[in-house]
Design a protein around this ligand. Structure first.
Ligand SMILES: Cc1cc2nc3c(=O)[nH]c(=O)nc-3n(C[C@H](O)[C@H](O)[C@H](O)COP(=O)(O)OP(=O)(O)OC[C@H]3O[C@@H](n4cnc5c(N)ncnc54)[C@H](O)[C@@H]3O)c2cc1C
Length: 264
């Protein structure tokens, strides 16, 4: 009996990695930064999210065990991919934080949510976290646990009510923690500017300034620009998965990857 899956004659290109090596495909993974994991790195930076860090390490072990060709520090471009003459390309370029166009967005006190997670030393004692979605709330709790004074500013009537659905235990835990720590949460309130004294916000009581050392922006993510339009018509399959296709979470990204991998 012959092999269930024949090795394709040309390499398959993958961004990032899927279960395909287990099915006999030759996989090449390109990562433009010097670390594997994408948002799993900042998403697992909190003291209470060791499982996310462990998941990232587990994937890296799988890549090693399955002999995936990992090209670190290499930004995939349409030209690079085309030169490999792959049978299929899977694009998983991820997403980037949205930074609102407000006065003071470049102020030294303003910090993006990824920077706040990866460089806690840059967060001052008094922090205003703009955005009460899952990312903003988890940053807030991590900072509170580390001794910072945090105020959460949320444009909607309630926190944890935007973005992909958050499991109930997570939302209950966060709400209870904020109640326990008496964390100020300003709802129906928007950031208007960042100034020397802190965050200028507008809410039901009008405009006010929240004194702060750091104003952390966590108002959501948008998909990174896709290479797909440049690759279509090149003679190989092109798939988009994960946050590049639709900003979601670990589950939706893995599910995307699983579905594509099983059709190759
Ligand atoms: C702070 C934070 C906390 C989160 N917490 C959770 C959580 O608790 N639970 C949960 O389910 N989800 C969480 N998420 C969401 C989850 O991390 C993402 O949905 C998931 O990581 C998306 O995976 P991805 O592979 O599509 O993109 P990413 O993780 O963004 O990875 C994309 C990768 O592609 C690389 N790249 C981009 N362009 C190129 C190119 N041209 N060439 C080579 N490499 C390139 C990037 O450097 C990056 O490493 C969190 C996200 C953030 C930001």
């Amino acid at each position: 009996m012959g092999p269930a899956i024949r090795l394709p004659p040309r390499p398959r290109v993958l961004l990032p990695c899927l279960p395909t090596p287990q099915r006999g495909h030759k996989v090449t993974l390109f990562e433009k930064s010097d670390s594997l994991g994408g948002h799993l790195i900042s998403g697992g930076a909190h003291d209470f999210k060791s499982e996310v860090r462990e998941l990232n390490l587990w994937y890296q072990g799988e890549l090693r065990d399955w002999g995936v060709d990992v090209c670190m520090g290499v930004e995939a471009t349409p030209e690079l991919i085309d030169g490999l003459e792959p049978d299929a390309v899977i694009l998983a370029n991820g997403s980037s934080p949205v930074m609102p166009k407000i006065p003071g967005i470049d102020h030294p006190k303003t910090l993006g949510c990824i920077d706040a997670l990866l460089h806690e030393e840059r967060v001052g004692r008094r922090a205003v976290v703009v955005g009460g979605g899952l990312v903003g709330c988890e940053i807030s709790l991590d900072l509170i646990n580390k001794g910072h004074e945090v105020t959460i500013v949320e444009a909607l009537p309630g926190i944890l009510s935007s973005g992909p659905a958050v499991p109930l235990p997570n939302t209950m835990y966060l709400r209870d923690a904020f109640a326990l720590h008496k964390t100020p949460i300003l709802t129906n309130t928007r950031i208007a500017a960042v100034e020397d004294v802190g965050a200028v916000v507008e809410g039901p009581d009008g405009r006010q300034t929240l004194p702060a050392d750091t104003v952390i922006i966590a108002v959501g993510f948008r998909p990174n620009p896709s290479m797909a339009p440049d690759l279509r018509g090149c003679g190989y399959e092109v798939h988009e998965i994960g946050d590049e296709r639709h900003v979601g979470n670990i589950l939706t990204s893995i599910w995307d990857a699983y579905e594509v991998a099983h059709t190759l």
